[in-house]
Design a protein around this ligand. Sequence first.
Ligand code: CDP
Length: 806
Amino acid sequence: MNDMTPPKDERAVALKGLGASRKRVEDVRFTQGKGNYVDDLKLPGMLFGDFVRSPYAHARIKSINSEKAKALPGVVAVLTAADLAPLNLHWMPTLAGDVQMVLADGKVLFQGQEVAFVVASDRYVAADAVELVEVEYEELPVVVDPFKAQAPDAPVLREDLAGKTSGAHGPRRHHNHIFTWEQGDRDATEKVLSSADVVAEEMIYYHRTHPCPLETCGCVASMDKVNGKLTVHGTFQAPHAVRTVASLISGIAEHNIRIISPDIGGGFGNKVGVYPGYICSIVASIVTGKPVKWIEDRMENLMATAFARDYWMKGRISATKDGRITGLSCHVTADHGAFDACADPTKFPAGFFNICTGSYDIPVAHLAVDGVYTNKAPGGVAYRCSFRVTEAAYFIERMIEVLAIKLGMDAAELRTKNFIRKEQFPYQSALGWEYDSGDYHTAWDKALKAVDYTGLRREQAERIADFKAGKTRQLLGIGLTHFTEIVGAGPVKNCDILGLGMFDSCEIRIHPTGSAIARLGTISQGQGHATTFAQILATEIGLPADDITVEEGDTDTAPYGLGTYGSRSTPVAGAATAMAGRKIRAKAQMIAAYLLEVHDDDVEWDIDRFVVKGAPERFKTMKEIAFAAYNQAIPGLEPGLEAVSYYDPPNMTYPFGAYICVMEIDVDTGEHKIRQFYALDDCGTRINPMIIEGQVHGGATEGYAIAMGQEIAYDEIGNVKTGTLMDFFLPTSWETPHYTTDFTVTPSPHHPIGAKGVGESPNVGSVPAFSNAVHDAFRAFGLTQSHMPHDHWRIWKVAHDLGMHG
Ligand code: CDP
C-alpha cells in the first residue's frame, strides 16, 4: 500500500458493509411523506372500482339487479359473475390448489364476500353505486366451527366440489373436509406414548387473527390497447409470481404484462395472495380501455382478506419421570374458511408446521393436519411467520409448559434438559427437517442470566405467598420461550408456489464511475432491503453501500424471483446478492491482474481492491477496475461489469431465539403490565444490527397484540365481530411494551455469508412468551391451559374460574 492508503479497518468502515448499523436509506422519503404507494398513483382517465359485498355468511343469491346503480351518473359498469363467466374468470385458482369465486357464483360463503364490482368515474360515485345494487339472498345454515363442519349432517358449503372425494392434497373424507396431511411415524409415536412414564395432553388453540398492515391491499390495472400491454401497479409481495399467474389466467402473453410493486406499507403475508379486486380491476380495464384503481377500505381488509392462524392443535407429549422428552403427537384441525387459499408451498398444505418439535431433541413424533371448510373468509397467510411456523412454535412452547406442570418441574430446566445440543447439528428432526446450525444452551443461559431468572422465581414465590396471605392482588408471570424458526423457502426440489420453484435472484450492474445498481426478485414492504442488500454487496465488491442503488418490484427490470414473505429475502435473495457480487469480483480480479500486469492468481482481495501478493503497494481499487471494464480492451474479456445470480438454497435456515416476558397481572380487573421483555435472537451473521433491532421491536409488538387481544372473531351466524379498528386490537405506542434485545451469532453453514432470516422470529417467539407469562402467573393456582387472546376479560375469567375472586 502507498502512504495515502487508509488502514484496512478504516476502509472497511467507509464501505458501510456487513455488520454496520447503517441508517435506512428509504427513510429519507418515508419520513417526509414522499413514499410512492399504490393509492398515490393517478393516471389520466383513471376509473375506480368498489365491491358489493355479502352481508351474510352463507346464502343463496336469488337475483342481482344493478339497473339503479348503472343509472347513477358516473357509473361505467357493474360486473357480476355472469359477466366474468364467458371469460372463465368468475372463479380463480388459489395458491393452495383450490378454486375461489372471484364474484359470487350462485351463493356466498362468508360475510364480506365479493358479489359485484362497480366501476365509476370516482371513488365516491362507486361507493354510492354499491348501495344501489339490489341483491336478493336466501339465507342458508352457517358453520363457523370447524368441528361442527365435520358432522355428518353439516351443511354442504362447497357445492362445486359435490361428489369429489379427493382434492389438491389427497383424499377428502367429508363434504367440508379439504385434506389430511401427515408427517412422522404414527405407530412408533403411539407406542412410545402408550408406555411412557408421563404423558401430558392438551388442546391448544391459536385463534384467527389478521396481519392488518397500515396500507390495505389495492392495485391500478392499466390495459394499453394500442401496444397490447397490461401494467398493474399493486401491493404485491411476489410481483413475478403475480405476472406469471396473470398471464396463465388471462391468456395475455407474459412479456405483455408488467407488474409493479411500488412502496408497500407493510405486508406481513396479507399481500401474498391474489384477491378478486385484482382480477376485477384487470377485467374492468380491459373492458373500458381505461386504468382502473381498486383500494380496499379498512373494514374490507379485516373482513375479507387473508386471515392468519385458526389452528386447533391437540397435543400429547411424553417424558421420563426425570423430564427427558420421549415422544410428541399433534393433531391439528385447521379452519381454512370458505376456500382453501392458504399461501403455502405446494407440497406443504400446513406450511412448515412440521417444525413443531421445536428446539428439542424429540426421538419420535407424529403430526396430522386436517383442513376444513367453514363460512369464514379464506386466506391462511403466514402473518409474519414462515408458513405456519408461529402456530408450531406456540404449540410446542405451550406443550413444554404443560409437561412441566405435569412433571412438577421448572419449565426452564425442562427446556435445558431437552434442547438439541450444539454438537448434534446438522440435526435431523423426527418430522423431517435438517436443522442447519444452532447453539441453544448458550443462548438460553445468556437469557436466563440477563433477566436474573433465579431472582425472578424467588420474587414470584414471595408474591404467591403474599397473595395467599391476602397482602396483594397482583400476580407475577414469567413467560419463557425458546423457539426455532425455519425460514428461507426454499430449495426448489421441495418448495414451489403454483409450480414456480422458490429460488431468488440478484442482478448487478457496475457503472463505469464505480457506483452500481442491484435489482432483486424480492420486494421490501418496510424491511429496509435497499439498505441491507447494498451492505452485503459493499462487503462483497468493495464499493461503498452509499454508492449502490437497490431496486425491487418491477417485473420489466428485476430478475425473476419469488418475492418477499416468510423471512426468505435474506436467506435466498441475500444469498443471490452475495453470489452475484462474487461473480463481479471474479471478473474484477482478471481485470486487476491485467492492469497490474501479473497473473490472475498473483492478486488478492483486500477490502475494496485487488493487491499484488507480496507487494501491497501495487493495487487497483474496485472503482479503478470498474472504469477499466468500460474503457480498456482487455484480451479475452467482454467489456462491462455485470452479473446475475439465481440462487437455489441447499436448505432452509434455522434462526432461533430465547424470549422472556415478565408480566404483572391484576386478579380483580384482568389487566396486565409487561414489566420486562427480553428478546435474544440468533439469525446467524448480522447484516445490520439496527435494522434487526427494528424488526424485533415490530414483530414482538405484533406478537403482543396477538397474544393479548388481537382477534378476528365471529358470532355463530358468521358475522365478523371485529371488522373495525375499534374492535380489532392494534397496539399504539401507549400499549407497546419496552423491549430489551440481545443476540448470539451462530452462522448458517450453507448460506454464502452465514446469514439466516430474522423478520418473522419476533412474532413467532413473542406470542408464546406473552401467553406463557399469563399461564405462569396462574400456574400455582391450578391453571394449565387457557386460550388466547388474553384480553382483560379472559384473564379475569381465568381468575374467576379458579375461584380467586372469593
Ligand atoms: O424476507 P424479509 O425481508 O421479510 O425478512 P428477512 O430476510 O429476515 O430480513 C428482514 C430485514 O432484516 C432485512 O432488511 C434484512 O436484510 C435484515 N437482516 C439482517 O440485517 N441480518 C440478518 N441476518 C437477517 C436479516
